[in-house]
Design a protein around this ligand. Sequence first.
Ligand SMILES: NC(=O)c1ccc[n+]([C@@H]2O[C@H](COP(=O)([O-])OP(=O)(O)OC[C@H]3O[C@@H](n4cnc5c(N)ncnc54)[C@H](OP(=O)(O)O)[C@@H]3O)[C@@H](O)[C@H]2O)c1
Length: 286
Amino acid sequence: MMDGLAMQGKVCLVTGATSGIGLETALELARQGASVVLVGRNEQRGEAALQKVKKVGASEKVKYFRADLSSREQVRALADKFEANFLRLDVLVNNAGIFLLRRQVNSDGHEMTLASNYLGHFLLTNLLKEVLSASAPARVINVSSSAHSGARINFEDLHAAKNYNAMRAYGQSKLANLLFTYELDRRWDSSAVSVNALHPGFVSTNLGNGNGWLVSAIARLIMLIGKSAISGSQTTNYLATSSQVTDVSGKYFVEEQEVRSSPTSYDLDVARRLWEVSEELVALRS
Ligand SMILES: NC(=O)c1ccc[n+]([C@@H]2O[C@H](COP(=O)([O-])OP(=O)(O)OC[C@H]3O[C@@H](n4cnc5c(N)ncnc54)[C@H](OP(=O)(O)O)[C@@H]3O)[C@@H](O)[C@H]2O)c1
């Protein structure tokens, strides 16, 4: 981790910054002098996180923008609001994520795990392309998970309408984060905007809460053996701030080390197809 105000003058946006790994990431970036925009979907949790981050950074440089990543309209409004307030974006941390025991869909009929963990970030990143490129060298960081291993993209039933399984939906969304990382690296000029992904480890956070008391109780028990959110944010912070990765793009990291992800995550045809399907789902080419 870097010392002092190494991120002074930089603007960072962190999704899912109201809790867990995202909150710790926002705290560290603010500590290092960055302007930080926290994104979350809940006003109260957002306000609480804002106050915490303001205590460690310069309070006028920390903002909370409320947006539900699972909603195309809200993601578009978020990108507009960001661009109305900032002229640059040095680091975009696509961190927000959920795990849903039971299938839920948004108003577009998109399964919520895919919509929140992947599609919202796909759209947000593409909408912010200009401001990221104008801030070169900028960085995009996608928080994936080792849960991507063994997962596949089920193009025939992407939204699991026929057969929902929570682990499968979560694994698919995290594989999508990786396919997106590698495809973005191929499509964009990586010398201007680098993009990397990571697995944060097994971390004690609120992930899995909100699935009823039984699952929450089990999640809390399991979480007792997980590492702290501070420690879970270490690789994200490394990718966001370290000079060691300035020229690194299109890679996957665990514990600050570059590692291989699953064979499927490197499938060029799957990545291209997912990109094209995603563009349609979020109406990127309107
Ligand atoms: N914890 C682990 O062991 C682990 C392991 C591997 C990967 N990860 C990944 O790490 C990332 C962070 O998760 P965490 O463990 O820190 O969980 P967490 O404590 O539950 O934090 C998740 C954050 O994402 C936000 N969020 C969820 N859905 C959203 C949406 N639709 N729109 C906007 N914000 C949304 C939550 O906001 P609310 O306050 O509104 O809920 C919260 O701020 C996720 O991508 C997760 O998949 C975690």
